[in-house]
Design a protein around this ligand. Structure first.
Ligand SMILES: [Zn+2]
Length: 173
């Protein structure tokens, strides 16, 4: 895959990259994929060549539904990335996908990160983010042949534990 530019940042995905190439090739087709261990069969969302549960280095890409629940999140108020400054405050969400919930132990799940965006791919308002809210993957067109997987709230009842921080009132002048 060639180099792409997202908000002034060069994203380089070499042809011999085994970590992200398949992920972004699928994303360009509007599909969300995760790694599936070829030995124990468990899915995982985090980068890395080894299975966190059985240490196997054998894996393949597996398509998932792209629906899940916000497991945790962080609101970025100050960013060190200059081209993200005008987006603050924005949320980085950790989404627990519907697949493999509570596996291999009750504390585990298939979780991946992204930004929470609205229907126009602008960052979702801070007051709308919360643990337990239902989301689905959306694919933000960045350049020809490159789409960035992001997350969007969907109209489904909250699930499991719910929590949201108090959004600070705007500073009065
Ligand atoms: Zn494994």
């Amino acid at each position: 895959m060639p180099n792409y530019t997202y908000r002034g940042i060069t994203l380089s995905i070499p042809e011999n990259d085994s970590e992200y190439k398949g992920y972004f090739e699928a994303a360009a087709e509007g599909r969300l994929v995760v790694k599936k261990c070829a030995d124990c069969g468990l899915l995982r969302g985090e980068p890395g060549p080894g299975c966190p549960w059985c240490t196997s280095l054998n894996w393949e890409w597996q398509q998932v539904s792209g629906k899940g629940t916000i497991y945790s999140y962080q609101v970025v108020a100050h960013t060190v990335i200059p081209s993200f400054r005008d987006l603050t405050p924005f949320a980085i969400v950790l989404v627990e996908l519907d697949e493999q919930k509570g596996q291999p132990t009750e504390f585990d799940g298939l979780r991946i990160t992204g930004n929470l965006v609205d229907a126009d791919f602008n960052m979702e308002k801070e007051e709308n983010v919360g643990i337990g809210k239902r989301v689905e993957a959306v694919f933000q067109p960045v350049e020809d042949g490159f789409m960035l997987p992001q997350w969007k709230l969907i109209d489904e009842p909250d699930q499991g534990f719910t929590w949201a921080h108090e959004v600070p009132a705007p500073a009065s002048s």
